[in-house]
Design a protein around this ligand. Structure first.
Ligand code: GLU
Length: 445
């Protein structure tokens, strides 16, 4: 890393002790920016990078609630409002026991560049809680969401900060959060949250958008080389919202998804994952993926183990951060995989990315490849602002154009900076430049 950036990184590590995921995400972006500073001394003079590394505002709060047994539970809530140079803070809420400030900051930092890459008017933020929704009743989820929003409502708004879903937060949770916001503020302010149900202000295609978007990105990547997804074998880790709709789109474009997973293990189905069954197990029953194999004798379930031992042409990690380390990356390489595209946020460790890139596997980073979810959130905000609702076809077409556009912007930027085909450089530089220029224009704030 360039000395000027190394100094900023060292300062960030010193001022944010123990926040290893945040350090990792910052290191990844700063490592690409040396050539940008050489060409743009104005960014150095205005301390744009040091400002970008410090969130505009960080909110941490108590979330007390009562469980079904009458026991008082206390969780911690977070909202990190990272950067609003391009628009209101925008990014999801994650409910997962692993959530702490370092994870929320890494996600908010990534979100800033991702949202910039979409070309839409959205800043970056992220939030969540260490609440574990697993095994909780609908009543418990509702009471938790109501308590969470009772504090969060004062910090958000359609022109200020617009949360949405992430791991552990889907349509059900957004409903409870929106209901409580509406009740407290006495305002039907649709644009304050995205990921809403279609009958109360949501956008068609929002649930599908992240997964579809990753696959549109990969399709464009393959097209740029005269290839396609048709007949390709694909492995998708995870079985949540992103994974489910990535699988759907791969199948629509002629590929076959052989395997998917949850935190307990993975299933392999050589005939291609049966999407209806997967949705029934994971969405309707909220059950473990092992039940997929119970219902389908031709599939096999592997408890524990690594899904990346299953050979494929295209790997789509859609579970969570750091799921592919050096060992998993070596397995992906030795199985002859050609493309790895991140559906989750930062699923590949820096060592894994090095192994993939050294072996000439094309690597598409999440801030570019998984931007379809937040892009469609911005389309939901557009519909809310105009009190309109678009058809599925129209929303999907907009998503597809945005993803193909992000792909092309990454490739063009990589070319411009003398590193053809380097999607990491392309995404980091193109994402950074748009935010940096807006920050310069808005003065020292
Ligand atoms: N959580 C998603 C992401 O990682 C989407 C956020 C949003 O729609 O605001 O980009």
């Amino acid at each position: 890393m360039d000395d000027r950036l190394g100094a900023v990184y060292d300062e960030l590590v010193r001022r944010n002790p123990g926040e290893t995921e945040f350090h990792q995400a910052a290191h990844e972006v700063l490592s690409s920016l040396g050539p940008v500073l050489d060409r743009n001394p104005q960014y150095v003079d205005a301390e744009v990078i040091r400002r970008l590394c410090e969130p505009e505002r960080q909110i941490i709060f108590r979330v007390p609630w009562v469980d079904d047994a009458g026991v008082v539970q206390i969780n911690r809530g977070f909202r990190v409002e990272f950067n609003s140079a391009l628009g209101p803070f925008k990014g999801g809420l994650r409910f997962h026991p692993s959530v702490y400030l370092g994870i929320v900051k890494f996600l908010g930092f990534e979100q800033t560049f991702k949202n910039s890459l979409t070309g839409l008017p959205i800043g970056g933020g992220k939030g969540g809680s260490d609440f574990d929704p697993k095994g909780r009743s609908d009543g418990e989820i509702m009471r938790f969401c109501q308590s969470f929003m009772t504090e969060l409502y004062r910090h958000i708004g359609e022109y200020t900060d617009v949360p949405a879903g992430d791991i552990g937060v889907g349509g059900r949770e957004i409903g409870f959060l929106f209901g409580q916001y509406k009740r407290i503020t006495n305002r039907y302010e649709s644009g304050v949250l995205t990921g809403k149900g279609v009958t109360w202000g949501g956008s068609l295609v929002r649930p599908e958008a992240t997964g579809y978007g990753v696959v549109f990105f990969v399709d464009e990547l393959l097209r740029s080389r005269g290839e396609s997804l048709d007949g390709r074998k694909v492995v998708v880790s995870g079985s949540g919202n992103v994974a489910t709709y990535a699988i759907e789109k791969v199948h629509q474009l002629g590929g076959t998804v052989l395997a998917c997973s949850d935190s307990g293990g993975y299933v392999v189905d050589d005939a291609g994952i049966d999407l209806e069954l997967l949705k029934d197990v994971k969405e309707a029953r909220r059950a473990r993926i092992s039940e997929y194999a119970d219902a389908r004798p031709e599939a096999r379930y592997v408890a524990g183990g690594s899904i990346w031992d299953v050979p494929c042409d295209v790997a789509l990690p859609c579970a969570t951060q750091n799921e592919i380390g050096e060992r998993e990356a070596r397995a992906i390489v030795s199985n002859g995989c050609a493309v790895v595209a991140e559906g989750a946020n930062m699923p590949c460790t820096p060592d894994a990315v090095r192994v993939l890139v050294d072996a000439k596997v094309t690597f598409a980073p999440g801030k570019a490849a998984n931007a379809g979810g937040v892009a469609t959130s911005a389309l939901e905000m557009q519909q809310n602002a105009s009190r309109d609702s678009w058809s599925f076809e129209h929303a999907e077409q907009r998503l597809e154009e945005i993803m193909r556009g992000i792909h092309d912007r990454c490739l063009e930027t990589a070319d411009e900076y003398g590193s053809p085909g380097d999607y990491v450089l392309g995404a980091n530089v193109a994402g950074f430049t748009r935010v940096a220029d807006a920050m310069l224009a808005l003065g020292v704030i």
